[in-house]
Design a protein around this ligand. Structure first.
Ligand SMILES: C[C@@H](C(=O)O)C(=O)SCCNC(=O)CCNC(=O)[C@H](O)C(C)(C)COP(=O)(O)OP(=O)(O)OC[C@H]1O[C@@H](n2cnc3c(N)ncnc32)[C@H](O)[C@@H]1OP(=O)(O)O
Ligand SMILES: [Co+2]
Length: 135
């Protein structure tokens, strides 16, 4: 695979406004974007931290991935996202090497990135997202 850096860490929260307030007023970070990604049933808020970002995620539906996660496990770190070059080739290589894919082909995520998830049961309990910024 061809991973360049951590693109973001996704954190599931119940109340996006309260979480943004904490990141801004306590952590001193600036929320530079809030975006709804309807396909994932989430509303996101982004903070830049060096090369990486924090992605806060609030569910927009009880049956969405974040809604289900919070119900079962509570708030907390939900996924780790790596930036890659040629996401399709990375997915093919991961699958060929025995990794279970959630998405066989990329979908559109926040900030216009192409994204795809690997199943946490085949990545040591960490839901892993691959992201690529295509021009
Ligand atoms: C906006 C976008 C972006 O960045 O641009 C995003 O990030 S969207 C971020 C939100 N979207 C996504 O997460 C999409 C991909 N996620 C999914 O497809 C799903 O959430 C799955 C990860 C497949 C889990 O869904 P499922 O309905 O199977 O739930 P489940 O509760 O039965 O989970 C099956 C097993 O996986 C575990 N499991 C579930 N979610 C997990 C997570 N986030 N991290 C680690 N383990 C997790 C459960 O504890 C359970 O293990 P046990 O059986 O041992 O109890
Ligand atoms: Co994400």
């Amino acid at each position: 695979m061809n991973i360049s850096h951590i693109e973001h860490i996704g954190i599931a929260v119940k109340d996006l406004d309260a979480a943004i307030k904490h990141y801004e007023e306590v952590f001193g970070m600036k929320c530079y974007a809030v975006e709804e990604v309807a396909e994932q049933k989430v509303k996101t808020a982004f903070f830049q931290v060096g090369d990486a970002k924090i992605e806060l995620l609030e569910s927009t539906a009880e049956d969405g991935p974040i809604g289900k996660f919070i119900e079962k496990r509570g708030e907390g770190i939900h996924h780790l996202a790596f930036a890659v070059k040629d996401i399709e080739a990375n997915l093919a290589e991961a699958e060929e090497k025995g990794t279970r894919l959630i998405d066989k082909t990329p979908r559109k995520g926040a900030e216009g990135l192409d994204i795809a998830f690997l199943h946490p049961k085949s990545t040591f309990g960490v839901l892993t997202e691959l992201c690529e910024k295509k021009d």
